[in-house]
Design a protein around this ligand. Structure first.
Ligand SMILES: *[C@@H]1O[C@H](CO)[C@@H](O)[C@H](O)[C@H]1NC(C)=O
Length: 347
């Protein structure tokens, strides 16, 4: 019961932030002072807020029981991997497995496939993304997938992007949740209509990707002062698609509420951390949607999933850095997924 009350307090706090941010977008800077006060209030409660939000993540984690069959806890597909980039799709797909997916697929180009297979015997790798039948080849797997992660190591080749566009349309038609990162976001910035209004999508832009999207969707370069307002506005402009702006703190919005993740991470910014986030998010989005809004106490399931993936990624980074310091790489962080997950979510 205490948890429930706490969670509602968090909902209320987030709602206040959301309403004030929306107000600022309507009335401009005169509300700045009010907003700042509300935000510092919000910050004063943020440790408790974080704890409440963590409890919501715990609520969506499916129990491990002997009764389940293979695949029930998640079959995730990663769309990406080309001649230049093979690490990113590997990191995303292996992270999904380590977080708890039962099966992890990679849909990549023909050239990238043997390389990704050689990294790991645990992934199912399909060399189809540059084939003339790419959409059909990926499409026949869609009925078996619970979530798609689009973009890690995708690159910007026109043929690939055109195939990915059709894969996105096919996935939307089936109602499959889609996490979009990296060059998948580049595609969305070119054609925002691709994702407009699809409320089972989560975008995970870094600073540069966020500015590009903002510019494309709102015609506005990023306002650096008001990150919460900027993320809320972008989400709303996209029809309440969930947006996770990665940064010193991660800011997450579903167009209604704004959550912030400030779990301690590390100072390392090596490539690949974003793939850990997008891969984990693929699994958590599935779990959250399966659990339903009762388990997330009124919060949108995707918001809770995003908060969980951000927290987990930061905790992995923190733990890896304690062991490896400056030499920490994404591989070290992925090795921490198990212990970080139990520390955060298994109580
Ligand atoms: C998005 O959420 C806002 C705030 O709740 C709501 O006013 C708006 O109608 C929603 N938009 C869509 C497209 O659902």
């Amino acid at each position: 019961m205490a948890t429930r009350t706490g969670a509602w307090a968090a909902v209320a706090a987030a709602a206040v932030v959301a309403v004030l941010s929306a107000a600022l977008s309507l009335y401009g800077s005169p509300l700045d002072a009010v907003l700042k006060r509300a935000f510092s209030l919000h910050n004063a409660h943020s440790v408790k807020g974080m704890e409440d939000a963590l409890q919501l993540v715990r609520n969506i984690v499916p129990p491990l029981t002997a009764k389940k069959h293979k695949g029930q806890d998640g079959r995730v597909g990663v769309v990406g991997g080309c001649r230049e980039y093979t690490g990113a799709p590997y990191f995303a797909a292996i992270s999904a497995l380590k977080v708890g997916a039962d099966l992890s697929h990679v849909f990549c180009t023909q050239e990238a496939a043997p390389v990704i297979k050689a990294y790991s015997p645990e992934l199912i790798v399909h060399p189809v993304l540059d084939s003339p039948d790419a959409v059909h080849d990926v499409g026949k797997w869609l009925p078996r997938l619970h979530a798609l992660v689009v973009g890690p190591g995708l690159g910007r080749d026109d043929v690939l992007l055109s195939n990915v566009k059709d894969i996105l349309e096919a996935s939307k038609a089936r109602g499959i949740p889609i996490v979009i990162d990296a060059d998948g976001l580049w595609l969305i910035a070119q054609q925002p209509a691709l994702i407009q209004g699809y409320q089972k999508a989560v975008l995970t832009p870094n600073h540069v990707e966020f500015s590009r999207l903002s510019e494309a969707v709102l015609g506005d370069p990023l306002d650096g002062q008001d990150r919460r307002g900027a993320v809320l506005r972008l989400s709303q402009a996209l029809g309440n698609v969930t947006v996770v702006q990665k940064g010193e703190r991660d800011v997450i919005s579903d167009g209604k509420q704004v959550l912030e993740c400030s779990q301690e991470g590390s100072g390392r910014r090596c490539g690949g951390q974003g793939d850990l986030l997008s891969g984990s998010l693929g699994v958590l989005v599935h779990w959250a949607l399966q659990a339903g809004p009762e388990r997330t106490d009124g919060f949108s399931p995707l918001l809770v999933a995003a908060f969980g993936a951000c927290t987990l990624t930061r905790q992995c980074s923190h733990q890896a850095f304690q062991k490896h310091g400056r030499s920490t790489t994404t591989t070290d962080m992925i090795a921490e997924v198990g212990p970080a997950f139990s520390r955060l979510f298994e109580t």
